[in-house]
Write a protein that binds this ligand. Structure first.
Ligand code: NAP
Ligand code: GLV
Length: 319
């Protein structure tokens, strides 16, 4: 019976995840049954022994080396790069990460960015650099309309943290939601109306064929003049060129971007120095091995007992 784990991540060293998993999976022999791809090609092990792959942005084709996979566990929330791999082994369940720390840290990021724009700290930052002492008119929080695209695990938690400030909150999702105090818009038919009532737009969508480029010249222009855009979903959801046009013509007042079409952003990209863009390097919320280890261990046990793992990705919707 295959019963070895393989870790595949071209970016993150395996040690952090192995060290977090060792104490919560005492039944696993991490010396003989935990392999790190592709290093393990040089060691004595049989890829046929691997039943579960733990992955973060594996390279296309990596997973096809393991013929007996029972499941793939993604060590982050977004599964877009995995689903884009045409060689993904057919029929093998894919599990995504839902973890309280990942959720909490995203909400911190969103609250910080929303308050930053709402309280005009981006303008005060510039005023300090200009030695300019003035008061700016401050709109009341109760009048400020925040709109969140994506009301899943992260979007719903962001709502929970923003609501106590008193913002008028709406969400846009594929299916209708009933969340106290939140206006629910759903489906493409309602997108225009949702955008038209949104002063601060937050994108927390998964990247799928439907959400690719969803914020483009047409939809960005449907936001009210002076709106702000916060993107911590995926870079390809915003047409970067169109966003730059809307920022430069003053329709969009500012953007806080954590994710980009090309990561890292090329050194010569105009994004880096744009006065209306705040850049962070895809750090809105980083997976915490320490926090996520228990859930991952539980899923490994479920898979090995032949049970359905928690937090399965739906291959039809792509998230
Ligand atoms: P989730 O729980 O799967 O929720 C996704 C939400 O998006 C759902 O509300 C879903 O609608 C909505 N949605 C999907 N496709 C849609 C469409 N075509 N039209 C309208 N709404 C649509 O995902 P999550 O855990 O909240 O994570 C969201 C994304 O955040 C991830 O996929 C990842 O790309 C990104 N992320 C970024 C970072 C970072 O550091 N920047 C960290 C973690 C995650 P329904 O509810 O109706 O299904
Ligand atoms: C990070 O971007 C994630 O999807 O977890």
């Amino acid at each position: 019976m295959p019963s070895a784990l393989v870790y595949i991540s071209p970016e993150d060293p395996a040690e952090r995840w192995r060290d977090a998993l060792v104490p919560v999976l005492p039944e696993v022999n991490f010396t003989s049954d935990f392999h790190v791809w592709p290093d393990c090609k040089d060691t004595q092990y049989d890829p046929e022994d691997v039943d579960i792959a733990l992955v973060w942005r594996p390279k296309p084709g990596d997973l096809k080396h393991f013929p007996n996979l029972k499941a793939v566990i993604n060590l982050g929330a977004g599964v877009d790069t995995i689903l884009a791999d045409e060689t993904y082994p057919k029929g093998v369940p894919l599990v995504r990460l839902i973890d309280p720390a990942l959720t909490r840290h995203m909400s911190e990021f969103i609250v910080h960015r929303v308050l930053h724009f709402h309280r005009k700290f981006h303008v005060y930052d510039q005023m300090q650099r200009d030695h300019d002492w003035r008061e700016l008119i401050q709109e009341d929080t109760l009048q400020k309309r925040v709109g969140i695209m994506g009301l899943g695990t992260l979007g719903t938690d962001a709502v929970r943290h923003l609501a106590p400030f008193g913002f008028q909150i709406a969400g846009w999702s594929r299916t209708e939601k009933r969340i106290n105090g939140v206006q629910s818009f759903f489906g493409l038919d309602n997108l225009k109306e949702f955008l038209a009532r949104t002063d601060i737009l937050i994108c927390l969508l998964p990247l799928t064929p439907e959400t690719h480029g969803i914020l483009n010249a047409e939809t960005l222009s449907q936001l009210p003049k002076g709106a702000y855009v916060i993107n911590s979903g995926r870079g390809l959801q915003i047409d970067q060129e169109n966003l730059l046009v809307e920022l430069d013509n003053g329709h969009i007042a500012g953007a806080a971007l954590d994710v980009f079409c090309t990561e890292p952003i090329p050194k010569n990209s105009p994004i880096w120095d744009h006065p209306k863009i705040i850049v962070t390097p895809h750090i809105a919320s980083l997976s915490s091995a320490q926090s996520a280890a228990q859930n991952i261990a539980e899923n490994i046990r479920r898979i090995r007992r032949g049970e359905t793992p928690n937090d399965l990705v739906d291959f039809n919707t792509g998230y």
